[in-house]
Design a protein around this ligand. Structure first.
Ligand SMILES: [Zn+2]
Length: 278
């Protein structure tokens, strides 16, 4: 029997990705983040039409900038998860902890709930943040790529010295719901210039559809069981031609028996129930 969980996840980065990751300050760059709010509202309408609940990874900076939209997302029954404050990479234990708690506090103030899940901005999970997640009793992370369609338990204490063999750490209670750039809309669609180079982006939706549906069909037809996690950004997927592609993909998935749309927290809780913590 087929049993496929599908998680539609949205990283609502808004301004923060341009400030934190790309260090851009022009009004044009910031306005790309502002469009994220337009995309978010379009997505909320689509999700309501489909009757699908999803998971939104929201930086504290976005929640402070668009509290009304974040409330609307939470009130529609979607899961709100942690995505840092400024969308920055690791910068030292003390700063990381402070930003982490600042972002949690903002989300709790606006939605009335503490997040239980985390995704590292730009997939840059640090050992410091992993420890933060464990100390604060988080349920899951979604920043690692050690599998594609199977959740697993995160380890602490892995060592990868450049002059000796890899050393395995010990597993923890934190569930990993794996991420992959291949199922992320940003690299394929977003046209970005930086000092270090150009990401051309602007792919045809048909090309991206082929990649995304290919992974889904492999999971469904060859494996039959697993979790399909799609990572999208309202400011990216929220453009018309891409939303039409997403509609087509969701339609395709819904035509398959045994496919259930779930939030990340639901999948992580089920994983813990089925696989006792080692
Ligand atoms: Zn992000």
């Amino acid at each position: 029997m087929k049993q496929i969980d599908v998680c539609l996840t949205f990283d609502f980065d808004a301004f923060s990705v341009w400030i934190g990751t790309f260090h851009a300050r022009s009004l044009s760059a910031l306005s790309r983040g502002e469009f994220g709010n337009v995309g978010a509202n379009r997505l909320l309408a689509l999700l309501a039409d489909w009757g699908v609940r999803s998971t939104w990874f929201i930086p504290g900076h976005t929640a402070d900038a668009f509290p009304g939209t974040v409330q609307k997302i939470a009130q529609a029954g979607h899961e709100i998860a942690h995505h840092g404050y400024f969308h920055e990479r690791a910068k030292g234990a003390e700063d990381e902890r402070r930003d982490f708690d600042r972002a949690s506090a903002v989300l709790e103030r606006i939605t009335g709930r503490r997040p239980v899940g985390y995704r590292s901005p730009a997939a840059g999970l640090s050992a410091n943040i992993l420890n933060c997640l464990l100390e604060r009793n988080f349920l899951y992370d979604s920043s690692l790529m050690g599998h594609d369609f199977s959740p697993y338990y995160c380890r602490v204490g892995d060592q990868a010295p450049s002059d000796g063999p890899f050393q395995w750490g010990r597993p923890t209670s934190l569930v990993e719901l794996p991420f992959t750039w291949g199922l992320d809309d940003f690299p394929v669609f977003e046209h970005v210039w930086t000092r270090n180079g150009v990401n051309p982006g602007l792919a045809a939706p048909s090309q991206v559809y082929e990649i995304w549906v290919g992974d889904f069909d492999y999971l469904y037809n060859r494996l039959g069981q697993g979790t399909f996690i799609l990572t999208m950004h309202p400011q990216v997927i929220g453009r018309g031609h891409r939303l039409l592609m997403l509609e087509r993909l969701v339609q395709h998935m819904r035509e398959h028996e045994g496919v259930t749309f779930k939030t990340m927290a639901e999948v992580a809780e089920e994983f813990r129930r089925m696989h006792p913590i080692p």
